[in-house]
Design a protein around this ligand. Structure first.
Ligand code: FA5
Length: 358
């Protein structure tokens, strides 16, 4: 029994002295291993009487169990100490220090798109999303573009092998929007007021104002008695809000199969001030936002009776708007990822382009 108490004391002492997991394991082997000292006590019981074996054996087993438990506890203590040491050796960060990071910024097209969305939302328009891969019906047939129209030509449109095509104009969503909101218009008298920004693709020879991938933002309003003056009001409001200064625009007749009458809205080139430069093909003007009164065939195809309702539509060139607003001379810079356009975005614009309501 004395041997047991001695071994217990020695075990405790050694355990307290260990400072790492490797020496702890040595202690475990030394005391509890197959040839360990506690195990040896059990083996040495042969010379004892049966009665002695009972009490002695029970005591040794108690010691064995207690030693195993203590080793587990010590392992945990040492692991914890190791973690604390590692944390203490790490560089310390002052999380209250002001961050001095170079901030990125939004792409100029994102900025004008958000600005336009906010402007139109504040005037009661919904903002619609639409796929980039569409059908010939959506892009052409539903908007009154006849079979022989040159826009349907392979020269202008990217067709996919499955017969679908990459949206060449945001007008491809017109029919779906008319159908989506037509019921509410007819049953509850709620006008259709929607804008739908989107990326367009055209097989174009590129230059300073033409890209093969660019953004448009289509808008539509349909109700009873909508007229050209409504169209002009919304175009004017949008432009004065986006530029927040007087910009010269001109409206001239334009032909698009889905509007009648149709107009071209041009903006006086803000890069050369109208003098003529490569960005405006030396004309002083840039085509920005064709528009017009929705053709009766388009309304009819969208399930709306053109004898009861009228509407306007416009197809704003968002990428060109970004060019004009941020004075980017070459449209190709906007898709290139190049920072050479060196766009300056002031704080006010940055705030105005926050997602609506935030
Ligand atoms: C259209 O795409 C018509 N769907 C617009 C429309 C909608 C008219 C509703 C009437 C009613 P257009 O091909 O002109 O029209 O393009 C519209 C605008 O998109 C142009 O004025 C221009 O600002 C921009 N745009 C057209 N092609 C390119 C291009 N290759 N690169 C950059 N912007 C372009």
């Amino acid at each position: 029994m004395d041997k047991i108490s001695e071994l217990r004391e020695e075990f405790e002492q050694k355990l307290e002295q260990t400072a790492d997991l490797v020496s702890l394991d040595k202690i475990r082997v030394d005391f509890l291993g197959k040839k360990g000292r506690i195990t040896a006590l059990l083996k040495g019981m042969k010379s004892l009487s049966n009665e002695e074996k009972k009490t002695f054996g029970a005591e040794v087993n108690k010691l064995k169990a207690a030693a195993a438990k203590r080793i587990e506890e010590r392992i945990e203590e040492l692991r914890q100490a190791e973690i604390e040491l590692e944390i203490a050796s790490m560089p310390q960060f002052d999380i209250t220090a002001p961050a001095n990071l170079e901030r990125g910024s939004y792409h100029p097209i994102t900025l004008v798109q958000r600005q336009c969305e906010n402007i139109f939302k504040s005037m009661g328009f919904t903002v619609e999303d639409y796929p980039e891969v569409v059908t010939d019906y959506e892009c052409f047939e539903a908007v009154n573009i006849p079979k022989h129209h040159p826009a349907r030509d392979m020269q202008d449109t990217y067709y996919l092998t499955n017969g679908q095509l990459l949206k060449s104009q945001t007008s491809a969503a017109q029919n779906a929007i008319l159908r989506k909101y037509g019921k509410n218009l007819k049953e509850n008298g709620v006008p259709i007021k929607a804008i739908f920004p989107g990326r367009c693709f055209r097989n174009e020879a590129t230059d300073a104002s033409h890209e093969n991938t660019f953004f448009q933002m289509e808008g539509m309003m349909v109700d009873r008695d909508i007229s050209i003056s409504n169209l002009i009001f919304f175009m004017k409001t949008m432009l004065s809000e986006v530029f927040r200064r007087d910009v010269k625009v001109r409206l001239r007749p334009g032909f698009f199969p889905f509007v009648e009458p149709g107009f071209e809205l041009d903006i006086n080139c803000l890069i050369c001030g109208g003098e003529g430069c490569a960005s405006c093909k030396h004309s002083g003007w840039l085509e920005l936002c064709p528009c017009g009164m929705i053709h009766p065939n388009v309304l009819r195809e969208g399930g709306i009776d053109p004898d009861e309702y009228t509407g306007f539509a416009f197809g704003l060139g968002l990428t060109r708007l970004a060019m004009m607003k941020y004075k980017v001379k070459d449209i190709r810079d906007l898709n290139s990822g190049s920072l050479k356009a060196n766009v300056f975005i002031n704080e006010l614009d940055f705030r105005l382009c926050r997602p609506f309501g935030s």
